[in-house]
Design a protein around this ligand. Structure first.
Ligand code: SAM
Length: 381
């Protein structure tokens, strides 16, 4: 083990000497330095959330890092935010390392190591904040997490191939939904994951309000404010639905779970490809993005600049399902692409809403339909 510093927290992690060929998953206890940005945003978002809900100072707020490995994520929460933290991992090596880290940081008064199957722990106890950061898919833990969580659910998924439709059958098995692997596959992954989480929460008469969701490199991460009540859950499920996509580029967004979906494209009459069920509601709360940015500005972290930039993109992106890839539309039309900002200005000048998106630098979001987008792209020249 070696000591690394992330944020204001120094933690012992299994990390080899400089230059060694190192696969994080091959180490006895997992540690992935590439996820520092994910953890920096987590600390800022968790802190912003607590300031937003202003918990009663007399009440204890509990947080669980259900799949802790070295504990770095939860140790940072305990050390940098100071709430009651449980760090759980079923691996003996991880458990030992977590205990060592708690002792070294001197945070044993409000930080507890746990050596259980995460599902067992989450079924036994309710936590205000539940964080799932697994290897690959969080699917096997969602039922227990949905039951346990009271206020905030934070989930990472690194199985982007199943989520985005690149490994179709695996995605169908894990998420009970059919993804579509096309130009907007990264957003598809986020919405398939959120759709599965929404259905798990509804079993417990709980609902989610997404505060922030992003697809970064090889993972998806989401922060969901939990609301209680059957009515809230019913309202949430109204934001589930399907997408009928035609190869001509036209897409139809269909809200609902038992709905009529056109099997033929309403523009060209060709066969539609259907994906879903998935979450078609909002991905972010722009105010929450700002609150998280403020936290990042005030905190010590190495990824500050990059993290803030990404959050600004999330904050400013139009919250409608599925971005458009400008290059793909231009290729079909046989015209060259303009800058994204030129296109966004042109869409807005024509009375539509439009924005860039954090998902892709060559893409945009708009409430315009495809024929209007194509007309505007042609008229830019
Ligand atoms: N959250 C960590 C971080 O930020 O560095 C990384 C966690 S690592 C990707 C996943 C961990 O989950 C591994 O340490 C593994 O031992 C643990 N794990 C996998 N399945 C588990 C289960 N059912 N119960 C408890 N721990 C589990």
């Amino acid at each position: 083990v070696r000591s690394v510093k992330e944020g204001d927290t120094e933690v012992l992690v299994p990390i080899p000497e400089e230059g060694a060929n190192f696969a994080p998953s091959a180490a006895p206890v997992f540690f992935n330095p590439v996820m520092e940005m994910n953890r920096d945003i987590s600390i800022a978002a968790t802190s912003a959330f607590l300031k937003r809900i202003k918990p009663d100072p007399e009440k204890t707020i509990t947080y669980v890092d259900a799949l802790s490995a070295s504990g770095i994520r939860g140790l940072r929460v305990a050390n940098e935010i100071g709430i009651e933290t449980t760090l759980n991992d079923w691996s003996e090596d991880a458990y030992q390392l977590i205990q060592e880290n708690i002792e070294k940081l001197g945070i044993g008064d409000h930080t507890f190591a746990s050596h259980k199957n995460a599902n067992g722990l989450l079924h036994e106890k309710h936590f205000n904040i539940v964080d799932l950061d697994p290897f690959g898919t969080p699917a096997p833990f969602l039922a227990a997490a949905a039951r346990s969580v009271i206020d905030l659910l934070e989930v990472t998924a690194t199985d982007t191939a199943p989520l985005c439709g690149a490994h179709l059958n695996s995605g169908i098995r894990k998420y009970a939904a059919i993804p579509l692997n096309n130009e907007y596959h990264s957003e598809m992954g986020v919405r398939i994951l959120l759709g599965r989480i929404a259905r798990e929460l509804s079993l417990h008469d709980k609902a989610m309000v997404p505060l922030l969701s992003h697809a970064t490199r090889h993972y998806v991460r989401t922060y969901l404010h939990i609301r209680r009540g059957a009515k809230q859950a019913d309202k949430m499920l109204e934001k589930m639905g399907f997408i009928a996509q035609c190869e001509c580029g036209n897409r139809e967004i269909v809200y609902g779970l038992a709905v009529h979906i056109n099997d033929k494209c309403s523009l060209c009459g060709k066969e539609n490809t259907i994906s879903g069920p998935m979450w078609l509601g909002e991905l972010h709360d722009p105010d929450f993005c700002n609150e998280t940015i403020e936290e990042l500005e005030q905190r010590n972290c190495k990824t500050k600049e990059m993290s803030i930039k990404m959050l600004e993109f999330c904050r400013d992106e139009l919250d409608v399902p599925m971005f458009y890839d400008q290059h793909l539309i231009c290729k079909k039309l046989g015209v060259s692409a303009s800058t994204i900002d030129t296109l966004i200005t042109a869409l807005r000048d024509n009375g539509y809403k439009a924005s860039r998106t954090h998902f892709s630098g060559i893409s945009f979001k708009t409430d315009a339909e495809l024929p209007d987008i194509e007309r505007i792209i042609i008229n830019i020249r």
